[in-house]
Ligand binder design. Structure first.
Ligand SMILES: NC(=O)c1ccc[n+]([C@@H]2O[C@H](COP(=O)([O-])OP(=O)(O)OC[C@H]3O[C@@H](n4cnc5c(N)ncnc54)[C@H](O)[C@@H]3O)[C@@H](O)[C@H]2O)c1
Length: 436
């Protein structure tokens, strides 16, 4: 029985995946230091290819397989990859199941839209692969839970694409926050203002572009006519495939709010916003949103806007830990501390801006993954447990927005039928949520 038959059979009988021992072929495969680590990329257009390029900066890596449902993207990236590694990519696939069936692939990079991550990551783990999975890890709370269980069961070393976790200046900022010098922290203001992001004009549905397997792009998402707005890149503004900026940037930045404060679960969450910038454009997700997570003695405030750049502290994005003595602000470019100045009295010394260093978070993140693969250490800098936690935390914000309610999350349920209905997305047949 090959992989495809297995998936079909599992779907038919509603069986949990993973009962067959043959599926765990290489999970504990030893990597010989002289071996090349062989990569396969699923979803080649945007970030997936940036990830692959970062892997190929390491001479121990070689790309042997690419997969995309868009023939134009696949051919373009095959040529780009050949140029980088000076060697043709031997396997080009339209169907991702063929890539994960390829016994020679050691590491699968999942660079597809969010609604595909769960099936592809779980499938790859079952086939004994290690996985670099783009963020947000899953597209629903239930998917995230399943993905964690799959990585644990199949001993897959998974790095989630939250590359700021490997960027050293973010860690330095967290160390400062945890030193206590800021005094009691009352709020963590997390903001993402994307001025460069254009509004998306409404476009009519149209024919599927030549060379595109649209049914395989939709996968488990609901069937609908092809529309160019709901495709490459801009899929992220539609609920069927993603969660808008709240999950797109939220997972990067909110992760540091929680990590800096050393907390996990809020007491409550509520959100407000909407399509206030571009009420008539095509996007479904809000172009303006504020979400408040209450932790009992401090809050985390998520604040996003599309089409304007002026977030806070003269920055477009960042995490600001607002303490009684001062505020530490960190973003992708570096960090600084702005002292509280009350009645002409500074409560602490300023820390002048410290620039990011280290050679780039993505490169370091990939290197960390490679080290973990070689030592069979599942505790990557952005392990699947970290990725799942923050993807779920960001989902809470969207669920609060979509229900308009103040919600109380107990780790498994809101105790509110309307909110709980968002915990899991229905899969379009023949795709089935993997039952791990
Ligand atoms: N870590 C980061 O900093 C970062 C930055 C940008 C995007 N991302 C994440 O990367 C993912 C991809 O985003 P993007 O902007 O690159 O999207 P994109 O639309 O530009 O690229 C996705 C590619 O996946 C392909 N694809 C879709 N379904 C497929 C399937 N079933 N099999 C094979 N290929 C398939 C598409 O044809 C397309 O080429 C998203 O989850 C996004 O959140 C992460």
């Amino acid at each position: 029985m090959d992989r495809r038959e297995f998936i079909a059979k599992a779907a038919m009988v509603g069986a949990g995946l993973g009962a067959s021992p043959f599926l765990v072929r290489g999970a504990n495969k030893k990597v010989n230091p002289s071996d090349k680590i062989k990569l396969g990329l699923i979803g080649c257009n945007g970030m997936g290819f940036s990830d692959l390029s970062a892997f190929l900066n390491n001479s121990e890596c070689e790309c042997i397989a690419l997969c995309d449902i868009d023939a134009g993207v696949l051919q373009r990236r095959a040529a780009d990859t050949e140029k980088i590694q000076g060697k043709k990519v031997p396997f080009l696939y339209k169907d991702w199941r063929d890539l994960i069936d390829n016994k020679d692939v050691d590491v699968v990079i999942v660079g597809t839209p969010d609604h595909w991550h769960c099936l592809q990551m779980v499938g790859a783990a079952q086939m004994g692969k290690d996985v670099y999975c783009e963020k947000p890890l899953g597209n629903s709370i239930e998917e995230c839970n399943i993905m964690v269980r799959a990585a644990q069961r199949y001993n897959s070393v998974v790095q989630v694409g939250q590359w700021q976790r490997s960027d050293p200046h973010w860690q330095d900022a967290v160390d400062f926050v945890r030193s206590g010098k800021l005094g009691k922290i009352r709020t963590v203001r997390v903001f993402s203002y994307q001025g460069w992001c254009p509004s998306i004009p409404v476009k009519p549905d149209c024919e599927v572009p030549e060379g595109v397997d649209y049914d395989m792009w939709l996968g488990p998402a609901p069937k609908r006519p092809f529309n160019p707005n709901r495709f490459h890149f801009t899929f992220r503004w539609f609920w069927d495939y993603a969660g808008g900026l709240m999950t797109d940037w939220g997972v990067h930045l909110l992760d540091y709010a929680l990590y800096g404060m050393d907390v996990t679960a809020p007491k409550s969450v509520m959100a407000s916003g909407g399509k206030y910038g571009y009420p008539d454009d095509a996007c479904e997700t809000p172009d303006l949103l504020q979400t408040v997570y209450d932790f009992g003695d401090f809050t985390v405030l998520w604040d996003h806007a599309i089409g304007i750049n002026d977030g806070a502290y003269g920055r477009t994005h960042g995490v600001a830990y607002v303490g009684e003595n001062g505020t530490l602000v960190v973003d992708r470019s570096g960090w600084e501390v702005i002292p509280e100045n009350v009645n002409g009295q500074k409560r602490m010394e300023a820390v002048p801006f410290k620039e990011a260093y280290g050679g780039g978070g993505l490169n370091l993140h990939v290197k960390n993954h490679l080290e973990c693969i070689k030592s069979r250490n599942r505790a990557c800098n952005a392990s699947i447990e970290i990725g799942a936690h923050i993807a779920k935390f960001s989902q809470l914000g969207n669920i609060a927005y979509r229900t308009g309610k103040k919600l109380y999350w107990d780790g498994a349920s809101f105790g509110d039928a309307e909110a709980d209905a968002y915990l899991c997305k229905e899969y379009r047949k023949p795709w089935e949520l993997p039952l791990i």
